[in-house]
Design a binder for this molecule. Sequence first.
Ligand SMILES: [Zn+2]
Ligand SMILES: [Zn+2]
Ligand SMILES: [Zn+2]
Ligand SMILES: [Zn+2]
Length: 453
Amino acid sequence: MSVPAFHATRNEPNVQSNNLPPLAPAAERLRRALIDDRRIVESLPQDRRPPLISFQRRSKIGNAWAGSSLYSAALQDHFARSLSLHRVTVPSNAVISRQSAPFVSGNGRLSTVLAKPCLDPRKRQRAKWEREKDIANRRKSPGKTLLDPLQHAPLACRGAQFNDEKEASLDPPAKPLTLAQRLGIVARPPPRLTSDEWEIVKDLSLKRDNGVDPCPICQEPFTTEHQVLLSCSHLFHRACLDSYERYVQKKSCPLCREANYEKRLIFEGKKRYLHTAATIIQKTWRMWVKRRRYQTYRKNHPPNDRRLLSSWHMERLSDYTDILAQQVHFESQELQSFLREMDNTLAQSRTTINETSAKFASLQVKACLTQEEWDEITSRACERGLEDDCAICIMPLCPAPKAGSKRPAKQLTLLSCSHIFHAQCLKCLEKFDNNLHVHACPVCRTEYERILL
Ligand SMILES: [Zn+2]
Ligand SMILES: [Zn+2]
Ligand SMILES: [Zn+2]
Ligand SMILES: [Zn+2]
């Protein structure tokens, strides 16, 4: 669609709308409304036309002349795009006039102002549908209405992992030129740096600090972290610069205060760090290998110098002495284990001999008493009397027989110490002390021989 002819009569450029970028919905509606109003005014007779103050007035903006509907629409579209208003769904003209209208306040945040309530029930219902549709659209794409310019960077520039060896730009992709910028009403943004220009900036940065200066923000050296080069040739850690930008809420180089810089992810610091680490490892390995070879050579080849030769012979002699000492130490350990085993065997033999001698001694005690001695022991026990109790069960040795009882009297045992017990009680006591080879009298604690009375 070509622009109407009356635009060309006012010395305005005849621009084909097919070549222009699409306008924001609000700006497009405003432009069409202005064109319709103008056609209505043009169709009226000359004496009935209203005063066209806005069409006749001209003012200079930059190096271009404004005052037409196309220029005003282009300018409004430019501001809407620069403030990201085209991301917000705007209701139609009828609803805007009566319902809440979005606008950008001084601090850049989107606000709403409530207008007078509409009394027409059909319009109110339509406005309600528009609001519900707007809320549904925002829920479908929650990130699109944010106005923070730092959030407009694509995902690949913000959180995604980069190939470690590939440099990449951290800036969001360049926006297409608005109509106002194409017409020259607003200055165009400066062109972005090319790859060759980035190489020049990188060389300038590396030559300045020789690649050894730390990050100016955290004062830590550049190791394997991501490194960001600004178009002002200053280098930072990527995380440090992101934190700084979040803190100051604007783009400003921490060193030179350059605004509107471009960022590029580079890996020069990581390459230099890995190269330094690899050099240190290789140097240490080569040094160790050389040292081992030299020590082996010195051990096998005697020196020509006479003084060094004597020390060399001393070292060899000390080596052989060490080997001999190690051998002796090993043999002494074996001797110690042999002696320990002999001690154990000797202790077992001694225990066996003691047990055997104890048994033999008890046999000797039993064999030494004769009949005369037993008669003497019996007479000694009878002198003491049989009225005492058995010391084991604390019951009378000879209880009085009950009338009519046919139970036989308990058997008594006389010990060689002249003490008398119930035979059954003494047998139980000996059974209880079965692990002892020599039994002792429970009263006088002497070894005994026993007979039944
Ligand atoms: Zn840092
Ligand atoms: Zn800078
Ligand atoms: Zn008893
Ligand atoms: Zn006794």
